[in-house]
Write a protein that binds this ligand. Structure first.
Ligand SMILES: [Zn+2]
Length: 157
């Protein structure tokens, strides 16, 4: 038994080769708004399309460099796919302590080069070395409105 309580799927991140082409498919076949655009994140060197689909946030992520996080993953895995799921928890420190008590180890954030809980634009996040059925695990404690004000200038993702 584990005391980890996931409150929400915060987002699902997909590693893609061509975010523009993939986004076009989502617009054409899945009714994603034509207004959704691709954003370049200079810090993590990714081009990302973010949108809500069926109540879940999707992130279509393309590396800007051949040795980037998502490009490397696609090459090693042999194709595009679901790269990670970000799970919202009420208390990330408690969730990480419980995960570690269950034998998990923490993984470095490839964008920030930080291992364990650290600030991101929307909340504190951390990654696990262990995957769940091939899907990387990210936890996020989403900021309250007050915390969001405090951390709104954090550059991400
Ligand atoms: Zn990070």
């Amino acid at each position: 038994m584990s005391d980890i309580k996931v409150t929400q799927v915060k987002h699902m991140a997909f590693a893609v080769n061509d975010v523009d082409a993939t986004l076009t498919t989502y617009k054409r076949l899945l009714g994603v708004s034509p207004d959704v655009e691709v954003t370049e994140f200079a810090k993590s060197r990714n081009r990302v399309a973010v949108f809500d689909l069926g109540g879940v946030e999707y992130q279509l992520s393309q590396s800007m460099d051949p040795d980037g996080r998502f490009a490397t993953w696609i090459r090693e895995r042999g194709g595009e796919g679901l790269h990670h799921i970000c799970y919202a928890v009420d208390d990330i420190d408690a969730a990480l302590a419980e995960a570690q008590a269950q034998g998990a180890t923490l993984k470095e954030c490839s964008a920030c080069k930080v291992t364990g809980s650290h600030v991101h634009p929307e909340g504190w996040v951390a990654f696990l070395e262990q995957d769940a059925g091939g899907i990387e695990i990210e936890f996020m404690q989403v900021y309250t409105a007050e915390q969001l004000e405090q951390y709104k200038n954090v550059k991400g993702i």
